[in-house]
Design a protein around this ligand. Sequence first.
Ligand SMILES: [Zn+2]
Length: 256
Amino acid sequence: MIAMIASDLNTAVERLRALIEDSEVVVPFTGAGISTESGIPDFRSPGGLWTKTRPIPFDEFMASQDMRDEAWRRRFVMDPHFTNAKPGRGHLALASLYRLGKVPAVITQNIDNLHQASGVSPGDVVELHGNTTFATCVACGERYELAWVKQRFDAEGGRAPDCACGGHIKTATVSFGQAMPEDAMLRAHELAGACDLFMSIGSSLVVWPAAGFPLRAKQQRARLVIVNREPTEFDEMADLVIRNEIGDVFGPFIAQ
Ligand SMILES: [Zn+2]
């Protein structure tokens, strides 16, 4: 099958609208591309932070105070990006579809909390890579706010604090080498298998196992829309491929 690539923005919006109206259960799957409009850099993109600075793998974070200090130093440097970010048009459109009852939940690879900020209930944001806007103890799971961690970090001259239980405190993200969250993976698997329209938005679909969800949706006979600036290896199986800017494509779907 040759995918239908929308030739221009109006065609893209028109075809997307028809697919959404024709569907009862729409499941969005979002990646970094939906948040660039909000000023969150795409760490994995060419020239992105992770191509210049090697991410700290989970085992190194756990093994070394120096690595934990460095991880937190980097996180606080990045903080203005996250604290100043507001939901973009893509986030707002998905929140509108969520309020209409079309979208039961949003699956995301993002860690920026912007789906929650746009009005999707936290329980309905399925975060495959966790969340960087708060921290947890890796031993006991106790939640810590970043302001508290920052205060302790500064007071101790740049030393990352530990939990009262002795465990290490880390942003609630999934680091390289850390197990994927089982509950989120299971929920995403169920959502992908029980929708009639799956929309992959702003993901290059190269990070497995997350990239398996569009495949599962398609195998369960859902229709598949891929909205991404660059081609993906799933384009050929998609019912609609859109390469326009995500904010432009989804702007018309924001409920006033
Ligand atoms: Zn603890």
